[in-house]
Design a protein around this ligand. Structure first.
Ligand SMILES: NC(=O)C1=CN([C@@H]2O[C@H](COP(=O)(O)OP(=O)(O)OC[C@H]3O[C@@H](n4cnc5c(N)ncnc54)[C@H](OP(=O)(O)O)[C@@H]3O)[C@@H](O)[C@H]2O)C=CC1
Ligand SMILES: CC(=O)[C@@H](O)[C@H](O)COP(=O)(O)O
Ligand SMILES: [Mn+2]
Length: 400
């Protein structure tokens, strides 16, 4: 039976103009009887956010930069829109924690999404987590906020959604049943290239993912395998695993989205076409399932599923994840900050593709978090800023 209009979930979509944001709105549009949009947010794309506001008529729209917000306000006023436009980074936390919000889609890219995620978690929301950098930076503090706020944390990242779909609903049973998990990795656009030939690859080549259409930052991360490194760290927190319980295998078709290997050696996998609307729909509707709009998997069209070793010499970036997890608390935040800076420099053609790994490795080895820095969001953001400065110096040296 469908929900009555009074029971519709009110959803804030943080990062609504991005790849996950747009896919989320696509899923929401298929279920007007279940969901309504409470608030939207974006960073730079005023016209896209204005169009979304006119279609969805949210109560609030947020643009952190005042000038962009003023431009959005002007456009919406001209169109007679009732949407209230807010600015400032604190407004993101406001629309994440607002008492009238039921669910928050965290689809901002990067550590900028940490504070609104923590706000949603502390306010006990249903938190749909695509923004993997937030949990990589937040770590224990993030999980404490979820627990203390009584939030429901639902993974959106395809691999973590797959693991979640292979596990029972009651998280207290997970530790007893999981031997380890296997995250699948496509290998990215350079899987078959000689690693020594990657110095001159361009941003255009790096963002051309073989299977998924995604934002530019995560696409570069897939090409360096840092995406999988972030996902190893994300899995450690989401599923309460030890680093050695998380393994990675290359699966170039991206049909198996990840696997759980149980104590009895039974292997559970989740399969489907590579379409983010599936994990988004699952996170929105859990424990139910609703139409996502994705194409059904045709086994005969994709009859061969293959696997390869995630070789350390070929994919050195991946292995920084286990190094960071075993190092001092806060090291994962350092690794993330370095990577965000290095990817931005690469996309701006200030850094060679193969130097992204050098910046990440050196930052992790040279910058040591101080005791207590991870105990508060202020401490974590200070550590994040320190790691960015360190990485920027390395980038300047490498590009001199
Ligand atoms: N795309 C995908 O299929 C997948 C993405 N993810 C994760 O989801 C997150 C979003 O990825 P994706 O949608 O690809 O990214 P996009 O770059 O496509 O979108 C990012 C969104 O965040 C906004 N934004 C960017 N920077 C800031 C900032 N500093 N403060 C506030 N808002 C900001 C952007 O606004 P604007 O566009 O206006 O600049 C945009 O709405 C990432 O963490 C990614 O790793 C995980 C699995 C799959
Ligand atoms: C869709 C999604 O979840 C991405 O994280 C995707 O998995 C990237 O693919 P690879 O990092 O495996 O190339
Ligand atoms: Mn993923």
């Amino acid at each position: 039976m469908s929900a009555s209009p009074q029971q519709r979930q009110r959803v804030s979509v943080l990062g609504s103009t991005g790849s996950i944001g747009v896919n989320t709105l696509d899923v929401l549009a298929r279920h007007p009887e279940r969901y309504e949009v409470f608030a939207l947010s974006a960073m730079s794309r005023v016209d896209e956010l204005a169009a979304q506001c006119l279609q969805w008529r949210p109560r609030f729209a947020v643009m952190p930069e005042a000038a962009k917000a003023a431009e959005l306000r002007r456009v919406l006023r001209e169109q007679g829109s009732q949407t209230e436009v807010l600015d400032g980074a604190a407004a993101l936390a406001e629309i994440a924690a607002h008492p009238d919000v039921d669910a928050v889609m965290a689809a901002i890219v990067g550590a900028a999404g940490l504070a609104p995620c923590l706000a949603a978690a502390r306010a006990g929301k249903r938190l749909l987590l695509a923004n993997k950098e937030a949990i990589v930076v937040g770590g224990a503090l993030f999980m404490q906020a979820v627990e203390q706020g009584g939030a429901m944390l639902l993974p959106v990242d395809s691999e973590h959604s797959a693991i979640f779909q292979c596990l029972p609903e009651d998280p207290s049973t997970w530790a007893q049943r999981i031997d380890h998990i296997v995250l699948t990795a496509s290998g990215g656009p350079f899987r078959q290239r000689d690693p020594a030939s990657l110095a001159d690859v361009t941003p255009e080549q790096a963002v051309a993912h073989p299977n998924w259409v995604m934002g530019r930052k995560i696409s570069v991360d897939s090409a360096t395998m840092m995406n999988k490194a972030l996902e190893v760290i994300e899995a450690r927190w989401l599923f309460h695993l030890r680093p050695e319980q998380i393994k990675v295998v290359i699966h170039p078709q991206s049909i198996i989205h990840s696997m759980v290997v149980c104590r009895d050696r039974s292997v559970l996998a989740q399969l489907g076409t590579p379409d983010m609307r599936v994990p988004i729909a699952y996170a929105l509707s859990f424990p139910e399932r609703v139409e996502s709009g994705a194409e059904q998997l045709d086994f005969l069209a994709k009859p061969t599923l293959t696997f390869e070793d995630a070789d350390e010499r070929r994919f050195p970036g991946l292995h920084l994840s286990w190094q960071a997890l075993r190092a001092a608390e806060g090291s994962t935040a350092v690794l993330n900050a370095a990577n965000e800076e290095a990817v931005a420099a690469f996309l701006e053609r200030r850094l060679r593709f193969d130097h992204i790994y050098r910046v990440n490795r050196q930052s992790l080895e040279e910058l040591h978090p101080e005791a207590g820095e991870c105990a508060s969001v202020e401490g974590l953001l200070a550590l994040d800023a320190r790691a960015r400065r360190h990485a920027q110096a390395l980038i300047a040296e490498l590009s001199a």
